[in-house]
Design a protein around this ligand. Structure first.
Ligand code: F6P
Length: 532
C-alpha cells in the first residue's frame, strides 16, 4: 500500500509541476460547464470548487491517492469505534454524539447509550432551568475546545428572546473576568465549568474565581462538563450537576457533547437538537458517499492540491455572515491542532507538508484588513468564502451589499486585472503617461488565486451543524491522507509544563531557575517592573 501511495503522491506532484498548473482562468475558458461539474451538494450545502486549478486529471490523481491511502477504510474504522487515535490509544467517536441510539460502539461499550443518557439529562436540566425562570445568564468557563465550539455556535444561533444570555470566560487573563463580571448578577447566573480533563490550569484558575464569586451558598449554581468525575466532585460540584462525556470525544470535537450545554441553555433545547441533527446529516453523507461524491474528501483533496501540489502554506476562512464571526477561530483549533503534525502515525518524519495555517475574519471586515495580501501578496492564499443567501433580518440592501462583496472577492481573486485594463482605467481618469507607467505595476492583480465558495440558503442550526461537521470530516480525511494522528495534540504540552515551572519564579523574591538567556532576562525584568 505504501509503495502505491508514494506513486500516487508522485502523480499529484508531477501534475502540479506542469507549466500552468496553478492557472484557473483558462479552465473556465476551455469548459463552459466547469462551475457545474466542480460544484457539489450535500445536505443543504452547495460547495463550488471550480475556482481552483483542480482539473479532471488532477481530481483523478487526487482520488487515486485517496484510494491508495485507504481514506474510506480509515473512515469506517473510526465509525466502528477502533482506536484510530493511536498515540492516545483512544477511539474517535464524536459522530456518536449526534448519532441515533444504538448506532456506535467501541469495543464492548455502547457509545450511543452513554451519549443519549447524557443528552436526556441535559435536556431535563435545560427544561428545569427554563421552567424555574431564575437564571438570566450562563457563564461557560473553559478554553480551547471547551470554549471555541460552544462560543462559535452561540454567536451564530442566539437571537433576542432566547432563554438565556451566554458568556464565555476562557483566558486566564483577569481582565477577561474583570470586564465580564460587572454585567452579571450572581443570584441570576449559572456557571458551567467545561473541561474534558478538569485539570487545565487556565480553566481551573477561572473556575476558582467564579466559585468564590458565587459564594458558598450558591454551590448549586455550579455545573461541571467533564470526563473527570473525581475532579468535579473534589471541586465541589453536586453530582446531579455534572454532565459527563467519554475520552473518545476530542476537545475540539466536543461541542456536540455535554460541552455544548451553554448552547442548549442559551438558545433552547430545540436549537441544540437541530444543530446535532444537522451534523448527523453530514455524518450520514460522509459515511455513505463514494470518494468522488464525498464533500469532506473533495475539500480535503483540494487542500492537498494547494498545500502539497502548489505549495500554498495558508488558508483563509471568510464567512460573509457576522453570525459566523467565531467560525474561523473554531476551525483554527479543529484544523491546526489536528493537522499541525510533523511525524506520521509510526513516528517517522512526514515526507511532505501537513496542515496549513488557517486564519480568517468575517467579510466584509476582512476586505478592509488582510485581503490586500490575498490579492497582491507573493504567495496565493486559498480562501473559503461562506455565503448565506437569505438573512434573518429585514435589511435587504445591507444583505445584497454583503453578498455582492463576497461574490466580488472570489471573482477578483480569480480574474485579476491585467495591464491593458489598468492602463485604460488610469488614462480614462486623465492621468499622464509618466504617472500611468509608474503606477501600473502597483495596480495589477495577478488573478488565478483559488477560492472555494460554500453557499447555503439560510443559516439555521441544522446548516451550522452541517458546516462544522463538514470541516471535521475534512480534517479526518487529511489526517488519513497525510498519515498523521489528527486526534492528539502533544504539541501543546511543553508550553504548559514550562508555564507551570515558571509560575513560582514570578512570586515576590523567588529565585529563578536556569533558563536560556532571553527568558532569564525577561523574568528578571518582569520581577523588577512588578517590584518583586
Ligand atoms: O491545550 C490544548 C487542549 O488540550 C485542547 O485540546 C483542549 O480543547 C483544551 O486544551 C482544553 O482542555 P480541557 O477541556 O481538558 O480543559
Amino acid at each position: 500500500m505504501a509503495g502505491s501511495a508514494d506513486r500516487d503522491w508522485d502523480a499529484v506532484t508531477a501534475l502540479a509541476r506542469m507549466p500552468g498548473a496553478a492557472a484557473i482562468r483558462p479552465l473556465f475558458d476551455a469548459d463552459p460547464d466547469r462551475a457545474g461539474r466542480f460544484t457539489h451538494t450535500a445536505c443543504d450545502l452547495r460547495v463550488d470548487l471550480s475556482k481552483t486549478s483542480v482539473t479532471d486529471a488532477v481530481r483523478d490523481a487526487l482520488l487515486a491517492l485517496a484510494r491508495a491511502r485507504g481514506v474510506l477504510a480509515a473512515r469506517d474504522a473510526m465509525a466502528e469505534g477502533e482506536r484510530v487515535n493511536a498515540t492516545e490509544d483512544r477511539a474517535v467517536l464524536h459522530m456518536a454524539l449526534r448519532g441515533p441510539r444504538g448506532a456506535f460502539r467501541t469495543g464492548e461499550e455502547d457509545a450511543s447509550a452513554a451519549v443519549h443518557g447524557t443528552l436526556d439529562a441535559m435536556r431535563a436540566f435545560c427544561t428545569r432551568i427554563r421552567a424555574e425562570g431564575r437564571f438570566t445568564d450562563v457563564v461557560n468557563v473553559g478554553i480551547g475546545g471547551s470554549d471555541l465550539g460552544p462560543q462559535m455556535a452561540v454567536r451564530a444561533l442566539w437571537r433576542e428572546g432566547m432563554p438565556m444570555r451566554a458568556h464565555f470566560l476562557s483566558n486566564v487573563d483577569g481582565h477577561a473576568w474583570e470586564a465580564m463580571r460587572h454585567r452579571l448578577d450572581p443570584a441570576r447566573t449559572l456557571v458551567l465549568v467545561a473541561s474534558k480533563t478538569f485539570t487545565t490550569a487556565e480553566t481551573m484558575a477561572n473556575a476558582h474565581l467564579l466559585r468564590d464569586w458565587l459564594g458558598e451558598s450558591r454551590r448549586n449554581q455550579l455545573v461541571a462538563l467533564s470526563t473527570n468525575l473525581k475532579a468535579t466532585a473534589a471541586f465541589g460540584v453536586p453530582g446531579d450537576q455534572v454532565f459527563g462525556f467519554k475520552d473518545w470525544v476530542g476537545g475540539r470535537f466536543s461541542l456536540w457533547s455535554a460541552v455544548g450545554l451553554s448552547i442548549a441553555l442559551a438558545c433552547g433545547w430545540d436549537v441544540f437538537a437541530e444543530l446535532l441533527a444537522g451534523a448527523r446529516s453530514m455524518d450520514e453523507h460522509f459515511l455513505s458517499a463514494r470518494e468522488e461524491e464525498s464533500l469532506p474528501l473533495l475539500m480535503a483533496l483540494t487542500e492537498v492540491w494547494h498545500v502539497n501540489g502548489l505549495g500554498y502554506p495558508t488558508r483563509a476562512v471568510l464567512p460573509y455572515d457576522e453570525r459566523l464571526a467565531r467560525l474561523p477561530a473554531h476551525l483554527q483549533q479543529v484544523e491546526m491542532e489536528s493537522l499541525g503534525k510533523r511525524v506520521t502515525m509510526d513516528g517517522a518524519p512526514v515526507a511532505r507538508a501537513t496542515g496549513p495555517v488557517v486564519f480568517g475574519e468575517p467579510g466584509t471586515n476582512a476586505q478592509h484588513s488582510f485581503m490586500q495580501l490575498l490579492h497582491q501578496g507573493t504567495t496565493p492564499v486559498p480562501a473559503d468564502i461562506l455565503l448565506v443567501a437569505r438573512p434573518d433580518h429585514g435589511f435587504e440592501e445591507n444583505h445584497r451589499q454583503l453578498l455582492a462583496n463576497g461574490l466580488a472577492q472570489a471573482e477578483a481573486l480569480l480574474r485579476g486585472r491585467d495591464a491593458e485594463e489598468v492602463r485604460a482605467e488610469m488614462e480614462a481618469a486623465g492621468m499622464d503617461a509618466a504617472r500611468v507607467a509608474a503606477l501600473l505595476p502597483h495596480r495589477l492583480f495577478p488573478g488565478d488565486r483559488p477560492s472555494t465558495t460554500i453557499l447555503v440558503e439560510r443559516l439555521t442550526p441544522a446548516v451550522l451543524g452541517q458546516i462544522v461537521a463538514l470541516y471535521e470530516h475534512k480534517v479526518f480525511c487529511l489526517g488519513a491522507l497525510w498519515g498523521v494522528d489528527a486526534f492528539d495534540q502533544w504539541g501543546v504540552e511543553l508550553g504548559k509544563q514550562l508555564a507551570g515551572a515558571i509560575l513560582p519564579e514570578l512570586s515576590p523574591g523567588a529565585e529563578p531557575r536556569e533558563h536560556d538567556g532571553s527568558t532569564a532576562a525577561l523574568i528578571a525584568a518582569i520581577q523588577r517592573l512588578r517590584g518583586g
